[in-house]
Design a protein around this ligand. Sequence first.
Ligand code: ADP
Ligand code: ZN
Length: 734
Amino acid sequence: MAIDSKTLHSKLKEFFGFDSFKGDQEQIISHLVSGNDAFVLMPTGGGKSLCYQLPALVMEGTAIVISPLIALMKNQVDAIRGFVSGNDGIAHFLNSSLSKAQINEVREDLLTGVTKLLYVAPESLTKPENIDMLKEIRISFYAVDEAHCISEWGHDFRPEYRRIRSIIEEIGAAPVIALTATATPKVQSDIQKNLGISGAKVFKSSFNRPNLYYEIRDKSDPKRDIIRFIRQNPGKSGIIYCLSRKKVEELSELLNINGIKALPYHAGLDARTRAENQDRFLMEEIDVIVATIAFGMGIDKPDVRFVIHYDIPKSLEGYYQETGRAGRDGGEGKCIAFYSYKDIQKLEKFMQGKPVSEQEIGKQLLLETVAYAESNQCRRKLLMNYFGEDYLQDNCGACDNCLHPKKQFDGQEEMSLIIELIESMPEHFKMEHIANILAGVSNALIKSYEHDRLEFFGAGKDHSVRFWCDLIHQGIVRHFLEKDIESYGLIYVTDLGREFAAHPYRIMLTEERQFVDGEDDDDDMPASAGRAGGGGGDQVLLAMLKELRSDLSKKLHLQPWILFPDPSLEDMSITYPVTVDELKNCQGVGEGKARKYGKEFIELISRYVEENEIDRPEDFVVKSTGNSSSASKLFIIQGIDRKLPLEDIASAKSLEMDELLSEIETIVASGTRLDLNYYISQTVDDDVVEEIYDYFRNEAASDSLSDAMEELGQDYDEFEVRLVRLKFLCEVAN
Ligand code: ADP
Ligand code: ZN
């Protein structure tokens, strides 16, 4: 059946309300409705779904859409039902979440031919009763969404996907359309082979995302870097990916304590909290979501302005998918990944328990990531090359390496050396092996091939193994070398490479970049932690600050400690804050306090800095989360925000009330303001509140609890005194 372009356009308008097709959509659709297999490679946001939804609606029979994302099926089905109102049977899904009655309803609609689209999870497709049911109906075509799941070389391998072809045979042949947003040449070939669509027409759109900026940073102080970056980009939405749940929790807590609205997202949270956090991100109640890779599938927030990888990802496919969530609207999208060699070693360690073949694949994918991270070439060029596409411009203008080009050198000799070495050996080897030979580094594999006896062994020993790896990589990008798809990783010389070796010419290559081996990742917050109260600040300034505090406290009729306690002043004498924002970063200074009492202090400091020509440290203090093993402070802050009874918060975190109160006291001491009135008004008598409050306001010489208990006398309950003290600190001091 062929459908002309005019009809397709009118159906596009009728069902989806669009006036024109995007990219290759029309060609893909008419190819499919004419009964042919198609293989669609399109980046996220390119408009893949329409490539099967529209044909399904216009063709005879039912289209079977195989998709791994059970959680999204309902949304997709609802969306179709929305396009074609008044006929809910038009689309259904079949997965393990359905009840018997629901399955019967689906069956009914399928058999009467009402249903045009049936979404199926691969594991449901393998069930005999479902296969029997589908045998009875007319199938228009099969769509295999997220087709990279077929390949172990993809970033989301699902063994059930391997069975799709045989099941299709069993149900009855019909055209197949496979779709994916990420596919290296290796994954692409796996998909075609496995699905038996080697003859399919391939529709590949460019994977380049011109509006995204790529950068790799040394992971020497990632937390500080991230806080600085977010502060420089206020109000923008961003996603931060971490590899572990623990890191997600920690980081999101740290961000909150440093005044950044962030929430965690990972598989360990219950479904409700996850959905809630995701919603609050989508609704822009918070700016940042800190997540494991589980976050982001199927969510469509068009204005994510940055994606940060706190940990280097396991594969470039995953990396590209995740960075792809930035700037979908075509606007700004900054993608920053932190890299250290230690992280790579950690990832390698994780792999150790896995089956050998999986380890081998994992290692290769990781090597690609290392090569990418350490390279000095244009990131865009490297990424495009990885996905089998050429990027021809020399300078993309939107990656760290293009914006800050590293030194280049004429690499014709080095490149020739690589090519000659590979050509001289009867077998083919992987990148590291070749680099080891040239750098003269021996290991078991080198010895077993007696490659340490080659004349090439150590021929480039002035350079490191990493240097040679990077150069081989540059050779691949320039098509002098190529990586074999079947064996994956074995390096071959191309015709172009042989030509080059025969008549070398000047080629400018970039020098390697040095990265730190480790990072301070695991020790907590070196900056501020040990500093408070430790002296070492500017003593002259400190004295002036104390004098100012005493003047002000007289004027305001407030105890000096209520304005700023000593540790705050000491911190000011170290960091010289001259704006309210900078002041906020001092120990024990929250937003409220900085605004209420800070003005004169920063004026004094500004004058002092200017008069004494002081070089202010550019750095700021990262407020520490304190003892991270204690119950999550973030949870407590959010609980109080939501006016939960303190008893509930305590039991949710398995804390005694006493311990909970101590936690709240640390939170308040770090400058965060909490509103506890909802709880206090229900648990403490009004006049008791008033008396305790008065004591702190007018009599106390410090916020000391023991002084207060002594002064107030035995009639007062310590718990109540602590509660009211908190109220006072939040309202007056913070
Ligand atoms: P993908 O699955 O490739 O990530 P989607 O199918 O989710 O992409 O489509 C991305 C966005 O583009 C969706 O908001 C969709 O409504 C929109 N879209 C798809 N086709 C068209 C079109 N022809 N004209 C305008 N918008 C389109
Ligand atoms: Zn570039």
